[in-house]
Design a protein around this ligand. Structure first.
Ligand code: AMP
Ligand code: MG
Length: 474
């Protein structure tokens, strides 16, 4: 028996040049790592069915569920600013789309499902490390309230994957509002395929921006979502690490968790990715990079906007609204982080003042902000004097707030996927022990409530535990 999922595949109905029909390549011996029960139920799927041998076979790509129309999506992109005219799903297969009872449409994609026409020199596979990392990080982001792709399941393949050494292979089942990227538009724009651009823009509007009319309004709407998304990342100390245009989703979800990381010690120039030599995607650069990516998106839409001069001007205006939208959202989020619900002109300077002290001392981003609510923040500074000065001004500012502690507890997580914990889970999983992975997921699923039994997960790494470099490991 094969698994049956309630598929309705709108992307598969787009013209042939949008994708390559490609079934997943079967693996030697599928083994279950995890099925995300809560997410499965949200999608109207039966988690128990996914855990049967038929379910696991489908999650590994060994059988194609009824109703699926597997395909690899075509896209292009700028990688670290360099143009690549053809990327595409080289190791991912879109099985199809499910529509929930509330009418929400979600892509079901297998990542690591074998070679496709877009694989170039790659093997089409994923090692267990990146699968574990994406599962943990994307689910943690969801629990933190950040728009993101999700992890429905992870399975082992029973086959080795060759990277620098042989590693166990794995497949991640990724769920997304869609996998349409800035790079999807770039693919057709570069080919001067105006018809495809028009079809894609209409598809995206119907799917993600109902009510929006025309390409310019689409650009406005995407700009707003990206500005809000990046502000959320910044408010949590999240560094995406590879903000290439093919890794920016038009839906406004965080996508493609590669060498991403959460800050331990705060500094705006922090970079973790081993391949980001020049810090292009450093923490503090993320808003600027988003604008750069949106400019690429805008240039793809220009052919749909008619007359050239006015269209360019209108598109620039649209993107130029990003900083104001971003700043407003940033301020709203950081006000909550310091317990402010009102708005005063000095708030920005107050928050910036704290960040400057933190940057000067490499203070732990998550623990300082959580510590404001618990009265423990001073302990995060080697030299407490500047913080204590700041604290006096801050206490004056929040004196009239009805319940700043509750506001701060809801805005500042106690638990984030700290790099050393993620690495620990990956190391164990690579050796066949999934207990640390499950434990970490459980902790991160409720990030805002202190639990005595999980206190160790709220700690910053010791100097010898600290992870300073992260790898794509694709
Ligand atoms: P990413 O690092 O996920 O942004 O991927 C960049 C591009 O490389 C995409 O076109 C991927 O499909 C492709 N790619 C990454 N890893 C592999 C792999 N192991 N096999 C084939 N293609 C890959
Ligand atoms: Mg990618």
């Amino acid at each position: 028996m094969t698994l049956a999922l309630p598929f309705d595949n709108s992307y598969a109905r787009l013209p042939d040049r949008f994708h390559a029909r490609q079934a997943p390549v079967p693996v030697a011996a599928p083994g279950l790592i995890a099925v995300n029960h809560a997410l499965a139920r949200d999608l109207g799927l039966d988690p128990a069915a996914l855990e049967t041998p038929e379910g696991i076979a489908a999650l590994a790509g060994n059988s194609v569920p009824e109703g699926a129309e597997p395909l690899a999506q075509a896209y292009a992109g700028h990688q670290f600013g360099g143009w690549v005219p053809q990327l595409g799903d080289g190791r991912a297969i879109l099985l199809g789309e499910v529509v929930t009872a509330e009418g929400r449409r979600a892509d079901i994609q297998l990542k690591g499902a074998g070679r496709t026409p877009f694989s170039r020199r790659g093997d089409g596979r994923a090692a267990i490390g990146p699968v574990i990392r994406e599962y943990i990080l994307s689910e943690a982001m969801a629990a933190l309230g950040v728009p993101t792709t999700r992890a429905l399941a992870a399975v082992t393949t029973g086959e080795p994957v060759w990277r620098e050494t042989a590693l166990p292979g794995a497949v991640l089942t990724r769920v997304a509002a869609s996998h349409i990227r800035v790079g999807t538009f770039q693919y057709f724009a570069a080919r001067e395929d105006g018809e495809a651009l028009d079809i894609l823009a209409r598809h995206v509007i119907a799917r993600h921006y109902p009510g929006v009319e025309g390409p310019l309004a689409l650009l406005d709407a995407v700009t707003v979502r990206q500005a809000r998304l990046i502000a959320r990342w910044m408010s949590l100390g999240f560094i995406h690490g590879v903000m290439n245009t093919d890794n920016m989703a038009i839906s406004g979800e965080t996508i493609d968790y590669g060498p991403c990381a959460f800050l331990d010690g705060y500094h705006p120039r922090k970079v973790f990715s081993s391949i980001d030599q020049f810090g292009r995607y450093a923490y503090g650069n993320q808003p600027r990079v988003a604008v750069w990516n949106l400019a690429q998106f805008a240039s793809c839409l220009l052919p749909l906007m008619g007359a050239e001069g006015p269209a360019v001007e209108a598109a620039s205006e649209s993107i130029n609204r990003f900083p104001a939208i971003y700043e407003a959202e940033w301020l709203r989020l950081f006000r909550a982080k310091v317990g402010i619900t009102g708005a005063e002109a000095e708030d920005h300077a107050l928050i910036a003042g704290l960040l400057e002290i933190m940057a000067g001392q490499n203070a732990d981003f998550t623990r300082v902000f959580r510590g404001l609510a618990t009265g423990m923040a001073a302990a995060e500074f080697a030299d407490t004097a500047p913080f204590e000065d700041w604290q006096r001004a801050w206490r004056d500012r929040i004196a009239a707030e009805p319940d700043p502690e509750a506001v701060m507890r809801a805005a500042n997580p106690a638990y984030i996927p700290r790099n050393h914990r993620v690495e620990e889970a990956i190391r164990a999983a690579t050796a066949g022990d999934f207990a640390p992975f499950h434990r970490l997921n459980a902790v991160l699923s409720r990030p805002f409530e202190d639990r005595a039994g999980d206190a160790a997960f709220a700690l910053a790494p010791l100097p010898d535990e600290e992870v300073r470099r992260t790898f794509c490991g694709t």
